[in-house]
Write a new protein. Sequence first.
Length: 400
Amino acid sequence: MSDDVTAMGIGRPPITRRQIAVKLLWICVWLAFLSAPVSDLVGGDHSPWATALGCLGLATFVAVYLRLFFRHTSRSPALTLAAWTIAVLIAFATALSLTLGPQWLVLFVYVNVSAGTALTLRAAVRLIPAVTALMAGIGLADGADSAGDLVLGLLVPALLGGFAMTGVRELIRTTVELREARATVAQLAANEERLRLARDLHDLLGHSLSLITLKSELAGRMLPGHPEQAALQVADIERVSRQALADVRDAVTGYRRLTLPGELAGARTALAAAGITAAVPADAPDADGLPAAREEALAWGLREAVTNVVRHSGAKTCTVTLASRQTLAGRFLELAVVDDGRGGAVVTPGNGLTGLRERLAAVDGTLLAGPADTGRGFRLTLSVPLDPDPAGERPLESPE
């Protein structure tokens, strides 16, 4: 299926013509249950005028139903408009059932589905049983031998269809609210990051640039009569500017440093986009207090492992675990990435695995690669010590 169709999610209105056609087709499939009224019209048991009016009434009922249902899937209509539309559907269903026979009672199922789709939960819960009772009353009042059996056969679909659509409506509403909340959180996070960057730049460069400006003005005033003192001020300007440049470089390095929480979120997104069922931790509490170089080594390893799963494994599922482990050599933080893809028993180290092994060795970590425990798929295990390093560690350089 093309991207413009798959991009249409729950609670999102169709945009392209193909999306509109797919959604309309999905809605029209359920009109197959109108076979009983159609068969009644085609059977010729009614007069020509009754048949013509029946066709017109059925066409009007279907048009109103489709407009209400399709409009709701795009955007919820006003409650007043929805209520009047459902009242029209009830009137048509009642009139057609009373005049043309019990075969038309199936229209009340569509009325209940419309009520569950477009009305509020409280209104739908009250109206659906009432419409079902009206359907039963009309069917039993008909007096035909088949009317009772037909009413009993429609009671469950009418109630179930209506209440099921109330659940679908609540699911759509919740999904839309969740999507809006997620967008709000992302916007707030971006705003907070911009504010943090502005604060950091002010703290880093504000004092240095002010000092450079003052010393430049002072050196300019000293130049005519005191060139030696002006040279000292110029030397101070050079020293301050070099220090400011070093501070900026350190700050940029900190911004570009990989973190485990960020890579876990990226792994979850990448696996989902590739259609791989993923089990990825939401956070990395065991990594709190981990030196920056060790955390970055694990983060690079996670990125490399997930990239290999997405590109080369052909896996359907992937599990990422992160936990601390106590050994005779001390405490270690272990990261494992396991997939069910085409990994074999023989592992040929490539540039990626070799680079990861060297990166981990620089922080006293280890890397194990091989078949998964189930015998199918691949398992990559990376571990770094959790014990503090008294000598300290510098962040690793990016491999780019």
